[in-house]
Ligand binder design. Structure first.
Ligand code: BG6
Length: 516
């Protein structure tokens, strides 16, 4: 039997033989409380993920889910909302028997965040669950709420005794980004969080780390001999990390206006992807060893300047995208018609280590771009000498190794090959690995993996506050530089690949962005 310490408590999983690491990991007795159950994230991701976990048999039999919101609902109304969310967004097929068993553990507490009585009621509910469902005093609190509400909810959790861990029991808090809006506010927020929950009970969600393809970066790099010798500045010319979305921001003004693409995506998802791509081999994959390496590489990551030339920001304007006439950001509902919020952001970083010195890492993200794609493209230097007639190699680019994070998850390798015929003509070809064809298992949703890891107390895939603060430290000078500009972001048409300034940013170094 596998016994270990999790978030202050010891738990024995009777179903797991520690010798077989392939057996599914099943959470021990516990419950999850969600604040912000009426929000989009909760309906589209969290509730469906909980059902999918139940359907895969990964939740304990007495698992309980409590919703907390201002709505005047009872448990049945809440159940109905979860049911709709599951039917619409769950990944796995609907099975009535699974649903019925899961729904027995639902509870709902109505109240606002400043309502002491509501939190006392929540405390009683949780105690009752321990008695009726056998949740063993183990409870996770998921704050799927605007960051402005974190302090009051955390204070309430402390005041009502909900955050107090007793003996072998555990209490954990899950927080969604944004973790602050700059270094200063992140430090303040981390202090507030750590006043109530010790750092090993805090799970900060960066859902990119829950993606199979992101975890596969480590497998590719460290399970193989092929890549390591060339994974450095001797062979790599530069790295492009792209997260492009084709959707606009209609309906998200409340969160996004004033935040922008760099804070929304570069500070977290893209810097985490950079860290996975560039870190040194951890001595083991224990969470502490992995973190040490991530922090080391983030500490060595520096912006390249001058920022006028090495960064770019844009804002989408209306136009035709994929046969549809779409609005520009300033016309989107709820946005300030003079909004200077960027919907496209690109920055240049370098990593001051022996492995990476002099290799630019270009990070870009944007809304309303040509298509939805996230990828990491490692672009290699050209061969030092080509023993071919130069007219025969006109269609030969630089070798590339591209990790396709999504969609069409997999890896592409690009290299030159002889074109069939009597001439020694060389042209780029690609070799592909696709998850869809290589494996029969379907990848779980990121939130399934992450929620399960919270319940298991497995912290590897959650950034610690040091990583969060370091990421702000990297990004803050860019935000300050942009804020000091009179002009707003450069316009780009919906459906394009960003503003001209982004192309210019790379052109200055003789490079071009990949068109994924
Ligand atoms: C979120 C951002 O973290 O990631 C959103 O706040 C973005 O703006 C989303 O749309 C994209 O997630 P995914 O998994 O679809 O790439």
């Amino acid at each position: 039997m596998a016994t270990r310490t999790i978030g202050g408590g010891r738990w024995t999983n009777p179903l797991r033989d520690p010798r077989d690491k392939r057996l599914p990991r099943i959470a021990g007795p516990c419950s999850l409380v969600i604040f912000g159950v009426t929000g989009d994230l909760s309906r589209k991701k969290l509730m469906p993920a909980i059902y999918d976990l139940a359907n895969r048999g990964l939740l304990p039999p007495g698992f309980a889910l409590t919703g907390f919101a201002r709505r005047d609902w009872d448990t049945q109304d809440f159940g109905q909302i979860v049911l709709e969310a599951v039917k619409q967004h769950a990944r796995t097929p609907f099975r009535q028997s699974v649903w019925d068993r899961l729904a027995e553990g639902f509870r709902f507490v109505s109240g606002s965040f400043d309502d002491d009585d509501a939190f006392d009621q929540l405390e009683r509910t949780v105690q009752d669950l321990d008695r009726v469902r056998g949740t063993g005093g183990n409870h996770a609190f998921y704050l799927s709420i605007p960051p402005g509400a974190f302090p009051v909810v955390l204070k309430q959790l402390a005041r009502s005794g909900l955050s107090a861990q007793d003996g072998d029991q555990w209490r954990r808090v899950v927080i969604e980004k944004p973790f602050g809006h700059d270094l200063k506010s992140a430090i303040e927020l981390n202090e507030i969080v750590n006043d109530v929950f010790p750092e090993d009970s805090v799970f900060r969600i960066d859902h990119y780390l829950g993606k199979e393809t992101v975890q596969n970066i480590l497998a590719l790099r460290f399970a193989n001999q092929l890549f390591e010798p060339i994974w450095n500045s001797h062979y790599v010319d530069h790295v492009q990390i792209t997260m492009a979305e084709d959707i606009g921001l209609g309906g998200r003004a409340g969160y996004y206006d004033g935040i922008g693409a760099a804070r929304d995506v570069i500070q977290n998802h893209l810097l985490q992807l950079l860290a996975f791509t560039a870190l040194e081999e951890p001595t083991s994959f224990s969470s502490s060893e992995l973190r040490v390496e991530k922090i080391k590489v983030l500490n060595a990551t520096k912006l390249v300047g001058p920022l006028d030339e090495t960064t770019a920001r844009g804002q989408y304007t209306g136009g035709w995208q994929g046969g549809e006439l779409v609005r520009g950001l300033k016309e989107e509902e709820g946005f300030d018609p003079n909004s200077k919020t960027e919907t496209f952001a690109a920055i240049t970083c370098e990593i001051d280590t022996r492995r990476w010195a002099g290799v630019p890492f270009y990070l870009r993200t944007g809304k309303r771009l040509g298509r939805r794609v996230t990828e990491i493209a490692v672009i290699f230097k050209r061969a030092p000498h080509l023993p071919f007639d130069s007219t025969m190699t006109e269609e030969l680019g630089q070798n590339a190794f591209v990790i396709r994070v999504q969609p069409d998850e997999g890896v592409t390798m690009r290299f030159g090959s002889k074109v069939p015929g009597s001439q020694m003509e060389v042209r780029d070809v690609t070799m592909d690995f696709g998850y869809g064809t290589a494996f029969t298992e379907v990848s779980p949703e990121a939130y399934e993996r992450l929620i399960l890891d919270v319940l298991l107390g497995e912290p590897s895939l959650f950034p610690v506050n040091e990583e969060v603060e370091r990421s702000w430290e990297i990004l803050d000078p860019v935000m300050e530089h942009w804020a000091a500009q009179e002009a707003g972001p450069d316009p780009y048409s919906a459906g394009s690949w960003g503003p001209k300034s982004a192309d210019l940013m790379l052109a200055r170094t003789g490079r071009t962005w990949r068109r994924p």
